[in-house]
Design a protein around this ligand. Structure first.
Ligand code: ATP
Length: 655
């Protein structure tokens, strides 16, 4: 496929992710950087697969149809971490030119990469993390038709199937015999949750007193092997909302969340959680084609939630104290998988053909905003490489994985990983989950459906929850009709599920207050954390502009830190304003270069006019992004000011 890439024209400009020209001398190619090239056999660098946030890109091959239409591949992978987009453009004098953009991510997978290659560097570390007692999320983001479902939920090779093989292999290990796997599958469509395993029953996300997200009414199933998981998954997939868009005849119009839980057999308390998310297509206006208003509304809702997701992960990557979870239902339900000691892996999927270059750029910019790596020489990447070359700092799991990859073992052979307990010792020491999840569970589902309880803060007040029932594991195991589970799945709940769930939180009063939780986070990040609640001395000062008590003790270091934060905030706003100025210049230059646009009597050249309108649309989309960035910045800083003044924080800040 790479051979199809058109040569970059001489007059082409090299731009960074945001379209700002980069001086040629500063460009780094994979060759310069010593990285492998994009052809088969590329070995991605041995980076830390256990970072809190990983952002990877997957490029799919050109489809037969695209090849027949003569489309070319304009997105060459130029290193294990860098991809370029050679966007075809036309100057105002109609001469064609190419805009070249470069992006660097934790991993870039070329079109010849298999789902297994991708699994090894994305979901496998999350599976292991889940067994260590953590919460993790793996999601695919990209334009409609770019391969999200193929990557995430393909019934043969999707990451979830590959993960399932490893999960069951690990459950078979002696140290895990006390654990069992459960699965739930739901979709988020137009801001509402629907259970894909229970006749699309409407679900309500709630939050318990310990900041755990509980999906009220979600039916979860104990899973014994991969076959059963696939059967359950197939059943749920058929219920998923799809539609036809201008870009894909079978487009996912909802976000699908496949939630795998590892529970302790003795009390069904949660040991670990891994969510696979196939996001709805990220198409923008032009893709909607002749779409009706329903499709447009779907598109607007999808865009809103994707924007919220981006801002949340970005806030986490930058260790911002304020994470705007309330921006959408998607981020509300993922909240507990993002806070605390969690792991997130995003796979941005792209279509490499020239007609999709603008969408590809949008996807890559989105991914770039989530985790802003500054080229292959980014200090974060170099630090990891240094660690590797010194032979230290890598989790033993990673070393094992890489050794195994070199050995060419299959992923299910890898599952018999030795010493997984010791591999995760360090993480277990830091694990917050023993506190996040109630430890004294009844025999029932921990996350799925607590009954109404005074510890819950309800996210969605619109709907009353239904009584939750769940399938008794022993009953199912001994059931001779097990192979007919599909029929039972579609039967009314009471036929199958006879054990009402007790409220797990009833017997476990709140173990930790949000306040205590916050204190723990503040240890992690002294700079952005709250000041130590001002409790160290008796000294009292009255702040002139506030009725609440100001900090009794403020150290010079504390003030310096605050000034630093203030400067950082101004810098961020300054960058936003610079970007906006560039955007304005680009658009106004285009308009003023067309004299006929100003002649009222003379209609402008329709082709040029259409290009300008397109430019205007791009400008608005970019403006929207920059505006969100400013809002996030101002809100975060506003929270910090409030905290300095000793005022109460908003709900979202209590992680
Ligand atoms: N890496 C790949 N190799 C081969 N075929 C692929 C690959 N990625 C995607 N495809 C094919 O491209 C088509 C579109 O992929 P898919 O349905 O996964 O896109 P999507 O991003 O999930 O779209 P939507 O958001 O509309 O649901 C499918 O026919 C799929 O089989």
């Amino acid at each position: 496929m790479e051979g199809d890439t058109p040569p970059i024209q001489k007059q082409g400009r090299h731009l960074n992710a945001y379209g700002i020209p980069v001086a040629p001398s500063k460009r780094r190619s994979s060759v310069e950087g010593g990285a492998a090239t994009s052809t088969s056999g590329v070995v991605a660098p041995l980076i830390d697969l256990h970072q809190r946030i990983r952002v990877c890109v997957r490029k799919r091959p050109l489809s037969k149809k695209e090849t027949m239409l003569g489309d070319t591949d304009v997105a060459p992978v130029v290193g294990a971490r860098t991809i370029q987009v050679n966007a075809p453009k036309t100057r105002v004098d109609l001469t064609p030119f190419t805009e070249q953009h470069s992006f660097t991510f934790d991993d870039v997978f070329d079109s010849n990469s298999t789902n297994t290659d991708i699994y090894r560097r994305t979901a496998l570390p999350l599976v292991e993390y889940m067994f260590s007692g953590g919460k993790a999320t793996c999601f695919a983001y990209g334009q409609t038709g770019s391969g999200k479902t193929y990557t995430m939920l393909d019934p043969q090779h999707g990451l979830y199937v590959q993960a399932a093989y490893d999960i069951f292999a690990m459950l078979g290990q002696p140290q895990h015999t006390h654990l069992s796997a459960w699965v739930g599958f739901y979709e988020i469509y137009q801001g509402q949750l629907y259970d894909l395993l229970n006749q699309k029953k409407r679900l309500v996300p709630r939050e318990d007193g310990n900041s755990n997200v509980v999906i009220a009414g979600l039916r979860e199933f104990p899973i014994k092997d991969v076959d059963r998981l696939m059967e359950v998954f197939d059943f749920g997939s058929q219920a998923r909302t799809t539609g036809r868009t201008g870009a894909n005849n079978n487009s996912s119009r909802s976000h699908a969340v496949l939630q795998v839980l590892i529970k302790k057999k003795k009390d069904s308390s949660i040991h670990g959680k891994l969510s696979f998310i196939d996001l709805a297509g990220s198409e923008r206006g032009a893709d909607r084609g002749e779409a009706n208003s329903k499709t447009r509304m779907e598109g607007a809702e999808i865009n809103k939630s994707l924007l919220a997701l981006k801002e949340c992960i970005r806030a986490l990557d930058q260790d911002k104290r304020h994470t705007p979870f309330r921006g959408s239902k998607l981020t509300q339900v993922l909240r507990d998988s993002f806070v605390g000691d969690s792991r997130t892996c995003m796979i941005a999927t792209i279509s490499p053909n020239n007609p999709n270059s603008e969408h590809t750029l949008n996807t890559l910019r989105y991914a770039d905003r989530v985790k802003e790596l500054k080229g292959e020489s980014d200090p974060r990447l170099l630090a990891e490489q240094r660690q590797e070359s010194m032979g230290g700092g890598l989790a033993s799991t990673e070393k094992n994985n890489n050794l195994m990859m070199e050995d060419g073992l299959e992923f299910n052979e890898r599952s018999s990983i030795a010493n997984s307990d010791t591999m995760w010792e360090e993480d277990q020491a830091e694990n917050l989950l023993d506190i996040d999840f109630p430890s004294q569970m009844s025999n029932n589902n921990a996350l799925a459906t607590p009954q109404a309880h005074h510890h819950h803060s309800v996210m969605d007040h619109d709907h009353q929850e239904d009584n939750h029932h769940h399938e008794d594991e022993d009953t199912l195991e001994g059931n001779p009709q097990r192979q007919h589970y599909l029929r039972r799945l579609s039967s009314p709940p009471d036929e199958v599920f006879t054990t009402p769930v007790e409220d797990p939180f009833q017997s476990t009063p709140t173990a930790i207050t949000p306040h205590r939780h916050r204190e723990r986070l503040s240890d992690e990040d002294a700079m952005l954390s709250l000041p130590p609640k001002f409790a160290l001395t008796e000294q009292k000062q009255q702040h002139p502009s506030s009725t609440v008590q100001p900090p009794p003790q403020v150290t010079v270091k504390h003030i310096r830190d605050f000034i630093k934060l203030h400067r950082a905030q101004l810098k961020e706003l300054d960058e936003c304003i610079k970007l906006e100025k560039k955007m304005i210049s680009k658009l106004s230059l285009n308009i003023s270069s067309h004299h006929d646009f100003n002649e009222e009597d003379d209609p402008p050249d329709p082709e040029e006019y259409a290009k300008t309108v397109q430019l205007y649309e791009d400008y608005l989309n970019d403006l929207d992004d920059v505006h969100e960035r400013k809002v996030a910045c101002v809100e975060t800083f506003g929270d910090r000011i409030k905290a300095e003044l000793g005022e109460e924080e908003g709900e979202d800040t209590q992680q």
